[in-house]
Design a binder for this molecule. Sequence first.
Ligand code: MOS
Length: 767
Amino acid sequence: LVQGAMAKLVPLAPDSWIPGGVPDPLIARKHGLIGAPVSRLDGALKVKGAARFAAEFVFDDMAYAALAYATIPRGRIAGIDAAAAEAAPGVVLVMTHRNAPRMNTPGVFGSSPTAVGPADLPILQDDRIHWNGQPIAVVLAETQEQADHAASLLCFTYEADPSTTTLAGAKADGIEQGLFMGQPLLNEIGDADAALAAAPHRVDNLYRTPRHTHNPIEPHAATIAWIDGGLVLHDASQMVTQQAQTIADVFDLETDQVRLSSPYVGGGFGSKGLWDHQILGAAAAKLSGRPVRITLSREGVYRIVGGRTLTEQRVALGAQADGTLDALIHTGLSIMTPHNNMPEPFILGSRAAYAAPNITLQVNVAKMTMLANTFMRAPGESVGTFALESAIDELAVDLGMDPIALRIRNEPDKDPTSGLPFSSRHIVEAWRAGAERFGWAERSAVPGGRTDGEWQIGMGCATGTYPYYRMPGAAARITLIRDGGDVRAKVEVAAAEMGMGTSTTTAIVAAERLGLPLDRIEVGYGDSLIPGAIMAGGSQQTAAIGAAVIAAHNALVAELLKLAGNDSPLAGLSPDDVGSEDGGLARLDDPAMRESYASILARARRDDLEVTAEASPPLELMHWSMHSHSAIFCEVRVNSVTGETRVSRILGSFDCGRILNPKTARSQFRGGIIMGLGMALMEETQFDERNGRIMNPSLAEYHVPVHLDVPEIDVIWTDIADPHTPMGAHGIGEIGITGVAAAVANAVYNATGKRIRDLPITLDKLL
Ligand code: MOS
């Protein structure tokens, strides 16, 4: 697998994949690694328990932290009785706003390129309460149990201020245009209202999605020490560099005085960023003079780590009798807080979905007194596709048309809102392949047409979508190291691995590019000391890493040629004349003219060679409309007596460019689909409108799918490379969840004739 398939040398064409170019030669699978199923390189470490997570690091003389949380939505702390807590066994200190070190307020995400705070609130700096659940004290003790016990002894009295904890109240307070990353969430093409009014066929409905809370297997945790005036944090992070920078800003430190390391993360999905606990832990460590481990309980995650906010979405479609869309309207409301930046941008997936000549898309926001919401797997698209793809299904029913045929009828030939050409869109292929594999032809066109005893059986489908992104600023450092008569390479990227296989894919890409076997590559990541900045967000990390590795490899080739000198068979050649193959450089037009890396280093009397290079800017995004796509097929069985819904079969047919590692990709798609099943049928954060308290802060009361809820998930893909991305690949992290909730809802309709427009589809809604 690794050594084999040394196919023909393909010319390296640096930066050739930028607009107007040809695909990077990597996507030609030169060395047979791209597209081969490779198991996670860190899999054995994790299975054996040898991979150390943030809460498993140990410092000498470490103290353990527990948090106390406010129990009113808004107001002031009037009194604190800490006597019992301070006298409790093992207590090191109780930290409140009265004795906490002075700290700067973290910048909120989107307000500056590096700020990653969820909210721009001061953390334990004053007596103000901004949400029900806000941390208001930290107890440090010699053991976790002692800290938890002492925290339970703290007593607070409050003076309440007015708050807005009802949806109706939020609407009454005022509705504003929603902004996402500083841009208005608004698109207007043609006159959608007029086109809708004139259309012979119309559907026009309201869809609702609830709050969702993040539930990664690993609750948030950090182990923190002040060493020589700087901060060392073992954290669970999907944005290592950016988080270190924000923490440095909070504590008035230089960037290089914060070292944040996060080699393993037990799931993130948007939640593993900077929250109050890391800052509180660092502050408590400063105040006590001792290292601190702070681990959030599951309840703690619900209290201080934001999730997905609720939405109310209107989708109105106007069409001709043959299904041709005249109007597409997707508007509505998202709820956020006065102190964060993150509406649920549910129209993003509707911008390039269908070829309607008249389109209006808009997200408005209203504010509630609550925990700041944040990114959650496919923010926007997850809930937006529930509304849009349910509406498409409703239109298909109205027209008496097959819903797949309706979608294909409205397939755009260019981006309908930006006007840009698509870089690579093969969603029709995904639909056709999926329909055949799933047996779509067996679906009853009439709702309620298939039963099995008391079970009603239905099939549904939906399109999923998630944009291709590539954030600027990615870099890679490659170090070639002599190792006996051979070489190995260390490839370092300031990236994060949340368990999805990033480090493995990075090794594959580097091995392919360097012409080295996989076992000669060591990947470094998850450490703020590594140059560049890459984050595991927006499904763009792998593209960013690939572009950086390509740039660093190009720089390495240039350095090797300089070292090779006049005695090398490569003497006088320029980087454009050579490529990497089989552990060395070879002349493109005469591969026999070659020299191994080991030989070049040996002659130059070098033990190693290190280069660092930054990825080319993501210009492709300016020239093309770029997206991952999916066609989701689902079969459900709904019990006509109890209303229970079981998903019996599900297929994801994906079009996400070239699939780099089929093994880890298949798992990512499945994980996303499972999260979509939770969104469809179970997940709902219960928010008490009387006082803004989250009422179900545990996995006993907030339901996510367990194995028995998950059928065998079939996954296929087109594997058609996008010629305009670094490796032909698109992101695959967030596309999996999109479309799933609509596919389930559409299948429930097909089974029962009942259209559920409020998630989750619980049994009470079906009786
Ligand atoms: Mo994602 S919601 O960008 O981790």
